[in-house]
Design a protein around this ligand. Structure first.
Ligand code: AP5
Length: 211
């Protein structure tokens, strides 16, 4: 099973990726989580990419593709993988196609911009393992504490209202064209995520079973 998760910021890609990874026993490759870990550790890559994330801009394609290519070469990806947050531009999609991934599907999770503000406004993430929660829609068992690793939950710095707005603009300008790119390639499955996390998961399951 090879899945690309497409969708605007806050659509629920990370949330659904965690559930799909558990169900299919395959790893999630989240470029956002990988870059945030580099920033936290203060590595040269983290220093190079921090400003892009903080400003809600995309990290340059060549940096992203180098990270993704070396991650996909690891043995745990042999049985499949979930790409969460990659590709974000047409050149990234073309670079992936040149890697010859084999058969894959693209789940395009769509949500209205107003709902995205609600979702990202209440998002909390684990500073250690990256697990995602929402104060109302998907709360942790204990307030402020990660169910998985017990670490403290934080608000992502790029979830500030003005940065969300910037990320949405970047999404519409640079990432949304991928919907027709994958539609033309016959890879696209549209998932409307207006309901709960569970309802979205059910819609994805149904779509994958039909496929
Ligand atoms: P990244 O980390 O990929 O962020 P994003 O795409 O903006 O997506 P998010 O993580 O914000 O949202 P999500 O769709 O995963 O939603 P979530 O599941 O958390 O990228 C961050 C930055 O890294 C980029 O801005 C860029 O700088 C850089 N970057 C990363 N990849 C790159 C690339 N390929 N190229 C260039 N730059 C790159 O859900 C959101 C909230 O809603 C949560 O609180 C959740 O609990 C809740 N929720 C989820 N589903 C539902 C539901 N159905 N109903 C109610 N609430 C829900």
């Amino acid at each position: 099973m090879k899945i690309i998760l497409l969708g605007p910021p806050g659509a629920g890609k990370g949330t659904q990726a965690e559930l799909l990874a558990e169900r299919y026993g395959i790893p999630t490759i989240s470029t956002g989580n990988m870059i945030r870990a580099e920033v936290r550790e203060g590595t040269p890559l983290g220093q190079k990419t921090k400003q892009y994330i903080d400003e809600g801009q995309l990290v340059p394609d060549e940096i992203i593709m180098a990270i993704v290519e070396s991650r996909l070469a690891k043995p745990d990806c042999e049985g499949g993988f979930i790409l969460d947050g990659i590709p974000r531009t047409i050149p990234q999609a073309q670079a992936l196609d040149e890697m010859d991934l084999g058969d894959y599907v693209v789940l395009n999770i769509s949500v209205a911009d107003e709902e995205i503000l609600n979702r990202l406004g209440g998002r909390r993430v684990c500073g250690k393992c990256g697990a995602t929660y929402h104060v109302t829609f998907n709360p942790p068992k204990t307030e402020g504490v990660c169910n998985t690793c017990g670490d403290a939950l934080i608000i992502r710095p790029d979830d500030a209202k003005e940065t969300i707005q910037k990320r949405l603009e970047v999404y519409h300008a640079q990432t949304e064209p991928l919907v027709s790119y994958y539609e033309k390639a016959g890879k696209l499955i549209n998932i409307l995520s207006e309901g709960s996390v569970e309802e979205t998961t059910a819609a994805i399951q149904t779509a994958l079973e039909v496929k």
